[in-house]
Design a protein around this ligand. Structure first.
Ligand code: ADP
Length: 217
């Protein structure tokens, strides 16, 4: 089985994590070897960084934030993603470098060339083979998250406290990335039910795997 690196992106509350779990079970049920992970926090070091980055009480300078995400990613790429790909597995990550372009670039306003340099440094040039951008209204994303928080499933984090304008810039940045790299990045309408969105995601991934299968055979 050929390895593949798939990333899920989108604003908070767009349903990425839910869809990632569902897609991973679906692919596993079909006999594929799948590893799921996330950024920040895909490694033991990353888990500490995630805590530091998302703690609602913490004050994190934007440059420090950019570099902490980069540190998390370097550890992630070198100790988890590359070894798992080398072992022939399908790695699916909840967020990766497009999140830095969207959040630290468009969201916080760091210049594109600085963002690109930091991304290149942290990833050593490793790009996803396929990226699904779960596209949803900022307001709907907030509603879903509020429901999740009141259910007690999750505490609100530092990013939840950002303005709608911030999250709108992030959403638009993801759409722009998809326009720029249509081969790699597919936008999935995430406004429907969990089941509808799952169907859309499965269709895109099936097509991708089928095309890869053809290329590799
Ligand atoms: P993300 O990882 O993008 O932040 P989650 O998958 O954690 O999003 O979903 C956020 C919340 O919204 C969760 O409580 C989840 O159950 C709920 N949710 C996910 N997808 C949908 C959907 N299509 N419709 C309604 N609620 C959803």
């Amino acid at each position: 089985m050929a390895a593949a690196f798939i990333t899920f992106e989108g604003i908070d509350g767009s349903g990425k994590s839910t869809q990632l779990r569902m897609l991973a079970s679906e692919l596993t049920a079909r006999g594929l070897e799948v590893v799921t992970t996330r950024e920040p926090g895909g490694t033991p070091l990353g888990a500490s960084l995630r805590h530091a980055l998302l703690d609602a009480e913490a004050e994190v300078d934007p440059l420090a934030e950019l570099l902490l995400y980069a540190a998390d990613r370097a550890q992630h790429v070198r100790t988890l993603i590359r070894p798992q790909l080398a072992a022939g597995r399908i790695v699916i990550s909840d967020r990766y470098s497009d999140a830095t372009v969207a959040y630290q670039g468009a969201g916080r306003g760091f210049p594109v060339n600085l963002i690109n340099e930091v991304v290149q440094l942290a990833t050593e040039g490793l790009k996803p083979d396929l990226t699904l951008v779960f596209d949803l209204d900022v307001e709907e994303g907030r509603l879903r998250q509020t429901r999740r928080t009141t259910n007690g499933a999750n505490k609100s984090d530092r990013l939840d406290m950002e303005t709608d304008a911030f999250h709108t810039r992030v959403r638009e940045a993801y759409q722009e990335i998809a326009r720029r790299e249509p081969e790699r990045v597919r936008v999935i309408d995430a406004s429907g039910s969990i089941a509808e969105t799952h169907l859309r995601a499965v269709q895109v991934v099936e097509l991708f795997l089928a095309q890869r299968g053809t290329q590799h055979s």
